[in-house]
Write a protein that binds this ligand. Structure first.
Ligand code: CP
Length: 309
């Protein structure tokens, strides 16, 4: 049976197109399982997974935990705020202590870019990156692309605009890498100050006018302003940002064609997206969340099938 080309999931950068297609095909099967009355399979019985979160999370943490439980894995959860990290323990010591309790796989969210890659070089367990600073959020990008595939049948040839705080967004970078691998056309849209200078090297278009961007695309992925990662002011006020880059129903209804609206969450209603858009029939935001469990089941299942190094 073909497997993934990698032992860890550290970013979309470490995946090739065949890996992504394999994850999607495996997720298709798990999505069927999740729609059955009995949603559990024994695939990861005897595998123990630790979810270690050094940053807040609702969707990713619960989605990984549900995916693990649906696969019959044993699960332990670790929140940095209530751990001995606050007493000065290092990341490697913390994880090695967790691994000493016979844990096989670590799912980690961390505020620092590169934390998952660093850990994969220093501990024996398989590592899954659940978001590292402003760097990558690979399972989010996989579930986003899977949701586009579900909606349109294929990602190749689709036009996707990612709107908002591209500079501080791990979702943006992982989405760009994943969508480009799958043959989509990608545009980013936002204020100049929130578009990184290197973006052209990733092969994406740049548009600063929201209406033009929306009229170009099939899918708009609206991102939250990452205020927690901004140490300086990148625009005069949230009110002005909303006037220029917020998506409301009036704009949505004025477009030349019916586009699909996505958002990775958490949503700031009334800032980057209004409630009537987030809750509209053009929004697939909750489908993204639903698909997240199947995608994470697929990732964990395929990684568990890899041979230890
Ligand atoms: N999309 C996402 O990563 O959400 P959480 O921060 O709630 O996990």
């Amino acid at each position: 049976m073909p497997g993934l080309s990698t032992r860890h999931l550290l970013g979309i950068k470490g995946l090739n197109e065949a890996d992504i297609q394999l994850i999607f095909e495996t997720a298709d099967n798990f999505k069927t399982v999740l729609n059955r009355p009995i949603k559990k399979v024994p695939s990861l019985r005897d595998v123990t997974i630790a979810n270690i979160f050094f940053e807040n999370s609702t969707r990713t943490r619960l989605s990984f935990e549900l995916a693990e439980k649906r696969l019959s894995a044993d699960v332990v959860n670790f929140a940095a705020s209530s751990s001995s990290v606050s007493k000065g323990e290092t990341l490697i010591d913390t994880v090695n202590n967790i691994l000493a309790m016979k844990v096989d796989m670590v799912v980690m969210r961390h505020p620092y870019a590169g934390a998952a890659t660093f850990l994969s070089k220093h501990v024996k367990a398989q590592i899954v990156n659940a978001g590292d600073g402003a760097h990558e959020h690979p399972t989010q990008a996989l579930l986003d692309a899977f949701s586009i595939r579900e909606k349109y049948g294929d990602v190749a040839g689709k036009k996707v605009v990612i709107v908002g705080d591209i500079l501080h967004s791990r979702v943006a970078l992982s989405n760009i890498l994943c969508l480009k691998q799958l043959g989509a056309e990608v545009m980013v849209c936002g204020p100049t100050t929130l578009i990184p200078k290197y973006i052209g090297a990733l092969g994406v278009k740049v548009e600063h006018n929201l209406i033009k961007a929306l009229n170009w695309c099939d899918v708009a992925n609206m991102l939250r302003i990452q205020l927690e990662r901004q140490d300086i002011k990148y625009f005069p006020s949230l009110r002005e940002y909303t006037m220029l880059y917020g998506l409301n129903k009036q704009i949505l209804d004025s477009l030349d064609k019916e586009i699909t609206v996505m958002h990775p969450g958490p949503i700031n209603r009334g800032v980057e997206i209004t409630s009537d858009v987030a809750d509209s029939k053009q929004s697939i935001i909750l489908d993204q969340v639903e698909n997240g469990v199947a995608i994470r089941m697929a990732v964990l299942y395929l990684l568990a099938g890899q041979n230890p190094e």
